[in-house]
Each structure stands twice: as C-alpha cells, then as structure tokens.
Design a protein around this ligand. Structure first.
Ligand code: AP5
Length: 234
C-alpha cells in the first residue's frame, strides 16, 4: 500500500518534468476508486488532462442510457434509484465495448468501475491497470457531500451548495441527481461496503492500490493525486 500527500507547488514542477514521459509510456488504465461522493468525478477531469486518458464514468454512461430510454437504461433505472449496483453482466459488457474504441488504446481513466471482484476480474482479462487511486472519506462527510451536490445540466460540471457553490449566473439551472437523497445514499454506502470495498484488498495484493485522504479540500486532494500520477512516470 502507498499513501500520498504533498505541496501543490513542488508537485506542479514535478509534473511539468514528468508529463511527456508518462503520456508516452503509461498505456494501462487508471481506476478512480472510493465510496459514493468521495470526489471521484470532481477529480477526474484534472487527472484526465494530466494523463491524456479519456474519463469513462459508468455512472454517467448509465444516466445517459436512462435519459435516452434505451433498453439498457430501462434495466438500470430501478437499481440506480434504489442505490443498488447494476448487475455485473450489464456493466462488464458496457466497459468491454468502450475499451474497443480507438481513444482507449492508451488506457482509460475509469471512474466508478470496477465495483465488484467479478468486474475487476473481467477487466484484468482485457486491460492492464497501472494504479487504483482510492479516495477515502468517512461516511458522514459522504452524506453531506452527496445531499449538497448539484450538477449543471449544460456543462456537466459538479458543484456543492457549501463546498463548491455554483456561480450566480448558473445557480437557477443546476439540478440534483435523483439518487442524491439521504435515504438512497445510505443504501449506496451499504452496497459500497458489501460489494466494492473488498476490491481495495484485491488491488492492494496486486501492488497497485494508492490510498488518498479525501477528507480535505478539493485542491488538497487534487494535489495529492497529482503526486501519484507523476510517480507513475518514474
Ligand atoms: P456513480 O455515478 O458512479 O455514483 P457514485 O460512485 O455513487 O459516485 P458519485 O458520482 O455519487 O460520487 P463521486 O465520488 O463522483 O463524487 P463527486 O465528485 O460528484 O453511480 C451511480 C449509480 O450507477 C450507482 O449507485 C449504481 O447503481 C450504478 N453504477 C455505476 N457504476 C457501476 C458499476 N461499476 N457497477 C454497478 N453499478 C454501477 O463529489 C460529490 C460532491 O462532493 C460534489 O458536490 C462535490 O462538489 C463535493 N466534493 C468533492 N470533493 C470534495 C472535497 N474534497 N471537499 C468537499 N466537497 C467535495
């Protein structure tokens, strides 16, 4: 297991040095791991621009499928609204197809996948994983983050009514996710502890798990993740 922290200034310098190197050599995928509301989506765009790996969020893919009214969306909707995991066979097929696309050739930034041992085993059959970044946040902070989350439907940007308020000019159009209620988040946390948390040990045994203290500001968490990303180029 590796833990990580670090100052933003030294990190930026370090990253500037490593950037080209790991863009050209880091061909495996990176997994963003953690409980609901840990900050995976918030940190993903930064990691994606640092590594050049496209961000792929299974939650976003499923929400798009629900919105389009597709067969996949109809199947996933009930599970998502109840805070349960969508069955493995549905998700594994979705990611296997995504990995075939041309932009996946240098690996993906996987946000919210895998979430079960079966998903991790299926991924291992088709794709390498260079790091699993586990953003660790206590349950009460998770609940506060989820219940206060708002999203801009036009840009997809994630905000929080207290920690990262939307700018005044867009505050009237931000929306709350259907599954971002206190009751549903408790179910999502239960699903996380029962089905997803055991994956941390699975990846730790394979030497790729990096734990990040996620219970600090968005900037501080981002800086700690940048240190991890820079070290992948060493
Ligand atoms: P998904 O959309 O993946 O939800 P999740 O994992 O529950 O994660 P979230 O999107 O809720 O949180 P996040 O970690 O991205 O946090 P965020 O950055 O937004 O999945 C939804 C559903 O789809 C699942 O319940 C399941 O049904 C299904 N599903 C998806 N993938 C699946 C899979 N592989 N297998 C089976 N089913 C699957 O941040 C949250 C809030 O906190 C925001 O408001 C943000 O501004 C704020 N915040 C972020 N960082 C900080 C910080 N450091 N300090 C203070 N506030 C912060």
């Amino acid at each position: 297991m590796v833990t990580c922290g670090g100052s933003r200034t030294s990190l930026s310098l370090r990253f500037a040095y490593h950037s080209d190197h790991f863009r050209s050599t880091m061909s495996d995928s990176i997994v963003l791991f953690g409980p609901p509301g840990a900050g995976k989506g918030t940190q993903a765009s930064r990691i994606s621009s640092l590594t050049g790996k496209p961000q792929v969020s299974t939650g976003d893919m499923l929400r798009a499928a629900v919105a389009s009214g597709s067969e996949l969306g109809s199947e996933a909707k009930g599970y998502m609204e109840a805070g349960l995991l969508v069955p493995d066979e549905v998700i594994i097929g979705l990611i296997s197809e995504r990995l075939q696309e041309p932009d996946a050739v240098s690996g993906l930034l996987l946000d919210g996948y895998p979430r079960t041992i079966a998903q991790a085993e299926a991924l291992a059959e088709v794709e390498g994983v260079s790091a699993v970044i586990s953003i660790e946040v206590p349950d009460e902070a998770v609940v506060e983050r989820i219940v206060g989350r708002r999203m801009d439907p036009e840009t997809g940007m994630i905000y929080h009514i207290r920690f990262n308020p939307p700018p005044t000019e867009i505050s009237a159009r931000v929306v709350q996710r259907k599954d971002d209620t206190e009751d549903t988040v408790r179910n999502r946390l239960s699903a996380y502890y029962e089905q997803t948390a055991p994956l941390a040990d699975w990846y730790e045994q394979r030497g790729v798990l990096v734990r990040i203290d996620g219970n600090r500001s968005i900037e501080e968490v981002g800086s700690a993740i940048e240190v991890v990303i820079a070290s992948l180029g060493d």
